[in-house]
Design a protein around this ligand. Structure first.
Ligand SMILES: [Fe+2]
Length: 107
């Protein structure tokens, strides 16, 4: 049931593994993993879609880590990265992509 999440995870963590700055790389890996775990509990407690929540967690600070962008821009830019990847990978319906990128943009 989380096969698509696993694919996205492989991609996102693969990108984070390439971050040259060691502190930024560790922050990317540990922060993303802890938010993924937290959102798993939240989604299960609320009975909301687990897969979409976990995919949003993977990408939620993506631009912060990959572009080292200003914090004020990171939610919007991360949602754009997520949109591009989720569209191109062809695994998600438009409504799912809208849901995931909306969550990232609003966080
Ligand atoms: Fe964030």
């Amino acid at each position: 049931m989380l096969e698509r999440y696993e694919k996205v995870k492989e991609y996102v963590y693969g990108q984070y593994a390439k971050i040259y700055n060691e502190d930024l790389k560790i922050a990317a890996l540990t922060h993303t993993a802890s938010v993924d775990l937290s959102i798993t509990f939240i989604a299960m407690a609320r009975g909301t879609n687990l897969e979409r929540a976990k995919v949003a967690a993977l990408f939620h600070d993506y631009a912060q880590f990959i572009d080292n962008c200003p914090h004020s821009q990171h939610a919007k830019l991360s949602s754009l990265h997520a949109y591009k990847y989720l569209k191109e990978c062809g695994l998600f319906k438009t409504t799912e992509i809208d849901d995931i990128t909306y969550a990232i943009r609003q966080h």
